[in-house]
Design a protein around this ligand. Structure first.
Ligand code: ATP
Ligand code: MG
Length: 180
């Protein structure tokens, strides 16, 4: 499921709309300390549904919105758009291209979109579940994550294995059905 592009606008240090096109092969992002490399991976996790402000190195979710600098005022909206090539149908939809978008406004309003249509956070989470991608999958390995897996309790480790084996979506659906 190749990534086509990532567009960041008003998220963390990205006050200017920034589009990264991913060509085939490996993309490396280099830059000095504090230039925003980690913010890019956080933008990817955020648009895929990350709900923990702490894991995005903030206190509250609005902390992801550009907070202003010496030369620029703060912004009122963060937007991240991630574009996937889904011709191989690894994402759970029949569409060949999947564009997900998340917006957060300073008043707390939030929007999720799949292919320009408003959706729920749950629709985004389900899209990635068992795909090997997603906010907590192994496709994104942040600093400290390897140690965390080694040090996790058996139950936590089991959920990691279930996600990679592709059974968590069915578990969640079963749970939802039982709760109805
Ligand atoms: P390193 O090489 O040290 O890991 P990095 O390239 O990963 O650095 P990041 O951690 O992505 O850098 O970026 C940190 C920068 O982002 C800091 O300068 C911080 O002030 C800025 N930043 C974080 N959140 C916001 C925000 N909401 N508004 C403006 N700037 C922000
Ligand atoms: Mg970093």
């Amino acid at each position: 499921m190749p990534l086509k592009s990532l567009t960041i606008n008003g998220f963390k240090s990205f006050a200017d709309k920034t589009k990264i096109d991913f060509t085939s092969g490996i993309t490396g992002i280099v830059g000095p300390n504090g230039s925003g490399k980690s913010n890019i991976t956080e933008a990817i996790r955020w648009v895929m549904g990350e709900q923990s402000a702490k894991s995005l190195r903030g206190d509250k979710m609005v902390d992801v919105i550009f907070a202003g600098s010496a030369t620029r005022p703060q912004m009122n909206r963060a937007e991240v758009i991630l574009d996937f090539d889904n011709r191989n149908k690894e994402l759970k939809t029949t569409q060949d291209e999947v564009i997900i978008c998340r917006r957060l406004f300073r008043n707390g309003d939030t929007e999720f979109l799949i292919n320009n249509k408003a959706c729920r956070l749950r629709d985004i989470t389900e899209l990635f579940m068992d795909s090997g991608m997603g906010k907590q999958s192994f496709s994104i390995i942040s600093q400290g994550r390897v140690e965390a897996i080694f040090n996790s309790k058996p139950v936590e480790r089991r959920s990691i294995i279930e996600e990679s084996a592709g059974v968590s979506l069915f578990k969640q659906k079963k749970q939802q059905a039982e709760n109805k």
